[in-house]
Design a protein around this ligand. Sequence first.
Ligand code: DQA
Length: 142
Amino acid sequence: MAKISIIQGPNLNLLGTREPHIYGHFTLHGIHEQLKNVFGSAHQLEFFQSNHEGALVDAIHRVQDQDGLIINAAAYTHGSYAIRDAIAAVGKPAIEVHVTNVFAREAFRHESVIAPVCIGQITGFGGYGYELAMLALLEHLA
Ligand code: DQA
């Protein structure tokens, strides 16, 4: 059994109503329920969402007692050195997820300051990206 944190950054609590032509109609709750359905009986999953950078840093620190993390840092992806440093500091395998294809969007979304401290990045597959990230992380841990 792996202990995995799924950490969600700012504005992702609004998935479902937030710019649905870009982000789709699925909700964060729906994504988390799906992860519980698929992986919850075999693995211990912890879910955390915050709109605050420091709260996200604290959540990353808690992964010290776990096996790894999946993170959609949302807009903090493109500029938060604090989140990048927190991932590096805990030293656990991390996978970066984006529900949209950030490379098909505005230029400022093409840079990720957290990608260098993650084992990989999954972008553009909507809510399903989290399942792909779980599979990749479990494979990495095996
Ligand atoms: C996002 C992409 C980011 O550029 C954006 O700021 C978000 C969501 C995504 O999942 O597609 O809030 O991380």
